[in-house]
Ligand binder design. Structure first.
Ligand SMILES: Nc1nc2c(ncn2[C@@H]2O[C@H](COP(=O)(O)OP(=O)(O)O)[C@@H](O)[C@H]2O)c(=O)[nH]1
Ligand SMILES: [Mg+2]
Ligand SMILES: [Zn+2]
Length: 348
């Protein structure tokens, strides 16, 4: 059994909980199933439904959320410190679906972005994941997995570091039990989420850190080095050292980067160079006196990286204009309803 503090509870959650004290006890969502949730209370793990008026079209709890629990049901959702959120890309189904944000995990402190060393390393995918982590209010760590399959570790780490802007990069082999490099990021009571494409070894690493085979690991198809999705659900659990780990299913694609803050953090090198631009709103296109273009010409910044940055920036503004408007309105509506509901509860 774990105390609330062991589960990541803090003074700020305590403050958010204060108005709900009468409503029930605090608990943390550890798994989400089709027919309900599993949550961790100070008395242990229980099943719970997301019942009550608060959840009618308002908010859906997700793994990592702090909630107020009583008598088999989640009664309230406490405000999130941050949330790893993705949006599906546009054009596959309906516009609504395209804009629908999906919370992967809430209240995450650190994100392990896994990319496997036996596959084609993709700086572009990595940049997207880093922006995703920053945007979710978490600190990313790049974890190069399957180090046992890599011939030149040092070169791989160096190549990775060209796109990570000072984010730590560590290489591990879950299979060989070589994961000690992760210890500094697994402090007790910190919530760490594992993200990355399907087959990179998230569940294998989770099992290794947990010390038991809890998450199903996939049999990789040797022909094309890709696998089926085996981790169907997300799950949060406490590992022996006291950190809270969230394994997630492979995100086939991350979809849109949510907003600009994450992007700026993932590309802080470009942000830094942009300070030298003559115009404050420089788009680093054809403007004279552009510090970023200058850096590319001097070979200090890879042209592909600038292109990736501009691509993601265009993506964000496209997203914002074309599809986000409706979602934003709906969200505003929801937030209004939510705060009204909360106020009503407080008044009761
Ligand atoms: N060689 C090697 N294979 C690994 C390692 N970690 C995971 N794998 C294999 O990679 C495949 C996918 O692993 P899995 O943990 O299911 O990946 P996930 O989809 O990211 O959860 C499995 O066949 C694992 O045995 C590793 O460190 N080295
Ligand atoms: Mg998995
Ligand atoms: Zn510029």
């Amino acid at each position: 059994m774990f105390s609330l503090e062991d589960l990541g509870w803090s003074a700020s959650f305590e403050a958010h909980y204060a108005p709900f004290r009468e409503l029930g006890e605090p608990a943390r969502v550890c798994a989400q199933h089709r027919d309900g949730y599993r949550i961790l209370t100070a008395q242990g793990e229980v099943r719970a439904e997301a019942a009550g008026r608060l959840f009618h079209n308002l908010v859906t709890p997700s793994v990592g959320d702090w909630v107020v629990y009583a008598e088999g049901a989640i009664r309230a959702l406490l405000p999130r410190k941050g949330a790893l959120t993705r949006r599906h890309s546009v054009g596959r189904k309906s516009e609504e679906r395209a804009a629908a944000p999906q919370v992967i995990a809430s209240n995450v402190d650190t994100v392990f972005v896994l990319t496997s060393l036996n596959r084609d390393f993709s700086p572009r995918r990595l940049e997207r994941y880093l922006a995703f982590a920053w945007e979710g209010g978490a600190k990313p760590v790049v974890v190069l997995s399957k180090a046992d399959l890599c011939e030149d570790l040092r070169a791989s780490v160096a190549e990775t570091e060209t796109v990570t802007c000072g984010v730590p990069v560590v290489a591990v082999s879950a299979l060989a039990g070589d994961v000690a490099a992760l210890q500094p990021f697994l402090a007790p009571r910190t919530t760490v989420a594992l993200v990355g494409s399907s087959g990179v070894g998230k569940s294998t690493l989770a099992n290794r850190l947990l010390g038991e085979e809890r998450m199903a690991v996939q049999q990789i198809r040797t022909s094309d080095d890709t696998g089926r999705h085996t981790t169907r659900h997300r799950e949060l659990f406490v590992i022996p050292g006291g950190a809270l780990l969230v394994d997630t299913p492979g995100l086939r694609e991350l979809g849109f980067v949510e907003a600009e803050d994450g992007l700026d953090a993932a590309f802080s090198d470009i942000e830094e160079l942009a300070r030298a631009c003559r115009f404050r709103d420089c788009s680093h296109g054809n403007e004279p006196g552009c510090g970023v273009k200058g850096a590319v010409e001097e070979g200090k910044l890879a042209e592909e990286r600038l292109e990736a940055y501009q691509h993601l920036r265009r993506e964000i503004s496209f997203q914002t204009r074309k599809t986000n408007v409706r979602a934003a309105l709906a969200e505003k509506q929801r937030n209004k309803k939510l705060s009204r509901a909360i106020r009503r509860m407080q008044e009761e």
